[in-house]
Design a protein around this ligand. Structure first.
Ligand code: KG4
Ligand code: ZN
Length: 335
């Protein structure tokens, strides 16, 4: 079964053709980074307009790169939630138009479910059940993936997402957007023991996260140093910030795996590209003899191949939408 998948939830316009949920026949991504860089973050209105300009060409290229026509395609899939509403609507409306004109079924895909599915592309043998740490710019969840379309949230952030925390810390350190990636690069050789940061935890919940206090602590160190005329070492402060975030993510995931009885751990979402997080998670899994699956780096960020992968399993489950399909800025993964 070949699925044409479309993704436009944030600042990447993407389309892909994926066969049977696992084989990527084409994957095209038009990034808007250069448009948003001057503002230090994604400007939703600009994102929507850029998607509208790019989407037709991106979809055509995905089809021609895969060497297919619409008669070879079995379904059209699209990210419909969660994300920037104006951005999502561009992809949803384009997909609806295609479904109407071709008569093909329309498969709505949840963005975080598709991040998890990126792992089905990278690891042909991976099947649920497993425990997944999904960490992106907007979400930080520990999820029990009971089946391809059956999820239950074990832990979540109470405030900022891990990606958001690193993006804002990076911005305070004067690094350009996209902050998380640049912070990862610049702190590669940084010493994480130079700056002491609080390790936030949430009272009464051993699986939830809280990152807003950590972000504030980073900003305070920068301000205090400036007032005293002391230069901040961005590599060291960056290393400390990332290590603290990774520490919280890894500790809670390990607790959840132990208490819920998982020995198969999966990483997903943009932050799963982080080199320190990947190393830390690999180390704890090796110690415990757990299997660890992480998406290849090219599939960590937003792309449409992962949408095509998840759509295959949604379609098998009968999750097909009519042309009344709407986009939603928020939507739980387990609904
Ligand atoms: O999944 P994603 O591409 O988009 C959302 O669904 O939000 O995640 C984007 C987030 C951003 O916060 C970005 O800074 C972060 O992932 N990110 C990273 C790295 N690469 C992307 N954070 C830390 N280290 C990285 N290497
Ligand atoms: Zn994402």
């Amino acid at each position: 079964m070949k699925i044409l998948a479309i993704e436009s939830s944030c600042d990447e316009t993407a389309a892909a053709v994926v066969e049977n949920g696992r084989k990527v026949l084409s994957s095209v991504i038009a990034s808007q980074v250069s448009e948003h860089i001057v503002y230090g973050g994604v400007v939703p209105e600009i994102a929507s307009r850029m998607h509208a300009q790019a989407i037709s060409g991106v979809v055509s290229k995905a089809m021609s790169d895969a060497g297919v026509g619409y008669s070879d395609i079995d379904a059209i899939a699209v990210t419909y939630a969660p994300g920037l509403i104006g951005a999502l609507l561009v992809g949803v409306n384009f997909a609806k138009g295609l479904a109407y004109s071709t008569g093909l079924p329309l498969v709505p895909v949840h963005h975080l479910r598709s991040h998890i599915a990126a792992n089905y592309i990278s690891h042909a043998e991976l099947e649920p059940p497993f425990l997944c740490l999904v960490v992106s710019g907007g979400h930080s969840h520990i999820v029990a993936v009971k089946d391809y379309t059956d999820f239950s949230i074990i832990g979540r952030t109470r405030d900022d997402a891990a990606g958001e925390c690193m993006d804002k810390a990076a911005r305070a350190m004067g690094l350009p957007y996209p902050g998380g990636v640049n912070l990862d690069r610049i702190s590669a050789d940084g010493d994480s023991s130079v700056y002491k940061l609080p390790h936030p935890h949430v009272d009464g919940s051993e699986y939830d996260f809280s990152f807003s206090g950590l972000k504030t602590a980073v900003v305070n160190i920068i301000h205090n140093s400036k007032q005293k005329g002391i230069e901040v070492s961005v590599p060291d402060l960056g290393a400390s910030c990332i290590e603290t975030v990774a520490d919280c993510l890894v500790k809670n995931t390990v607790k959840a795996a132990e208490n819920y009885g998982f020995d198969k751990i999966v990483l997903a979402g943009g932050v799963s590209a982080n080199s320190r997080l990947r190393k830390r998670m690999a180390a704890v899994c090796e110690e415990r003899n757990w299997q660890l699956y992480m998406p290849e780096l090219s599939l960590c960020g937003d792309n449409a191949a992962m949408v095509g992968a998840q759509a295959y399993y949604e379609f098998q489950k009968g999750n097909v939408a009519g042309l009344e399909l709407n986009a939603f800025a928020t939507m739980p993964i387990d609904e």
